[in-house]
Design a protein around this ligand. Structure first.
Ligand SMILES: *Cc1c(COP(=O)(O)O)cnc(C)c1O
Length: 401
């Protein structure tokens, strides 16, 4: 008699929260309830013949940690399921996921078309490293489909976007961009770090690949770095995996275990983050020291209607411009006590950042201007503290302006 939970829960019967907790459960002969961490770099074989069979692919089995690891695979299968994808390849960081995808999909002579408002390191990676491999990099305005149409070239192979963008929370129409890419024989990759599959499932809107920095909300407590690529069984399960197992930007099983546990609470955490973020965005809008609030949940957000259509929630990132430029922004940041001054986001702790001099400080002033990131901009990643305490903290800091 066996009473093991199914390792592959059928879609129709279970909701998102259940899948986040129960899908791809890992259970060894010890019958542990919480999944085990397989901290081993290699695996053993019963005989020379079995080793040969597993190496040749004739028989399934683990060989070496750069190829597969049961804890990493459990995380990959669960995240793939939550995103509605067939396959997932986990990586050492979010940046490793982007690098892995671009090196798998693109070759010299191809054109990569990306949105203006990208994460600072992503812009750096494309401009300084991908471009020198003979891959052309072009830019389009995230929210303007005509700008994407104009940016397409006969050799455009991949469109890459972040939506909502960091730090301005601009929103791209994923379905429209997927259609444009496919009509042109190109593919669309979406960085889904800000919303996670709880609030947005880009594959279901037509995207070909999802990128994650698991470092952010998937961990959710600011402990580990990791990333992932999600997509179909051929292009991700076979092609991206083949690059990953050879090149080696793989995820450690320890971090995979932390993320697997993170997925169990992702749905409740994201809703709690959003609940706080909405209250703080509304409060910020009423402050005389604040010039403008960027949050897709506000009716004043330029793509609020699109957000309602495309997303199931608005997320935890709230940015705002203060009156008084860099001086006022820094004073406000320094005036908080509860918010952490740190570049990370997606933590239980609320973080506060000055993007122009930190996360986006290493890109050129011109690229920053193109992305619309001014000196007066402050970014909050709203955590899970009591909203009233966060508002009191910001209020105190505002009074110093
Ligand atoms: C943090 C982040 C990344 C990079 O992820 P790392 O895990 O830090 O390498 C990529 N995209 C977005 C939107 C991010 O916030």
């Amino acid at each position: 008699m066996s009473h093991d939970p199914s390792l592959d829960l059928p879609d129709a019967e279970y909701g998102f929260a259940t899948l986040g907790i129960r899908h791809a459960e890992l259970r060894s002969a010890e019958r542990e309830h919480s999944p085990s961490m397989y901290l081993t770099s290699s695996f053993t074989f019963g005989s020379a013949a079995e080793a040969a069979a597993i190496f040749s692919g004739a028989q399934a089995g683990n060989i070496y940690g750069r190829f597969t690891n049961p804890t990493v695979q459990a995380f990959e299968q669960r995240l793939a399921r939550l995103e509605g994808g067939e396959s997932c390849v986990a990586t050492a960081s979010g940046m490793a996921a982007i690098l892995t995808l671009v090196l798998t999909v693109m070759k010299a002579g191809d054109h990569l078309l990306v949105s203006n408002g990208l994460f600072g390191s992503t812009i750096n990676l494309f401009n300084n490293y991908i471009a020198k491999l003979g891959i052309e990099v072009g830019y389009a305005d995230l929210t303007d489909i005509e700008s994407w149409r104009r940016g397409l070239q006969p050799n455009t192979r991949l469109l890459f976007i972040e939506t909502p963008s960091n730090p301005l929370t601009e929103i791209a129409d994923i379905a429209a961009l997927a259609e444009l890419a496919h009509a042109h024989g190109a593919q669309l990759a979406v960085d889904n770090c800000f919303l996670t599959p709880v609030f947005q499932q880009p594959l279901k809107l037509g995207a070909d690949y999802i990128i994650h920095s698991a470092t952010k909300f998937i961990d959710g407590q600011g402990r580990c770095l990791g990333g992932a690529i999600v997509g179909d069984a051929q292009r991700v399960g076979k092609d991206v995996f083949a690059f990953m197992r050879t090149a080696g930007p793989c995820l450690s099983p320890f971090n995979a275990w932390v993320f697997l546990k993170g997925l169990e609470t992702l749905a409740v955490r994201m809703r709690a983050h959003e609940h706080n973020a909405m209250q703080i965005a509304q409060w910020l809008q009423q402050q005389p020291q604040v010039a403008r609030v960027h949050y897709p949940g506000l009716p004043t957000h330029p793509q609020h209607e699109l957000a309602l259509r495309q997303q199931r929630g608005f997320g935890a990132i709230v940015s705002f411009d203060v009156h008084g430029g860099r001086e006022a922004a820094w004073k406000l940041i320094d005036g908080t006590r509860l918010c952490s001054i740190t570049a990370n986001l997606g933590d239980t702790r609320t973080t506060i950042t000055h993007p122009a001099t930190t996360t986006h400080g290493r890109i050129t002033a011109e690229a920053r201007a193109k992305a619309g990131i001014g000196e007066s901009l402050v970014r909050l990643s709203i955590g899970l503290e009591d909203a009233v305490d966060l508002i009191n903290d910001l209020q105190r800091a505002m009074r110093s302006l």
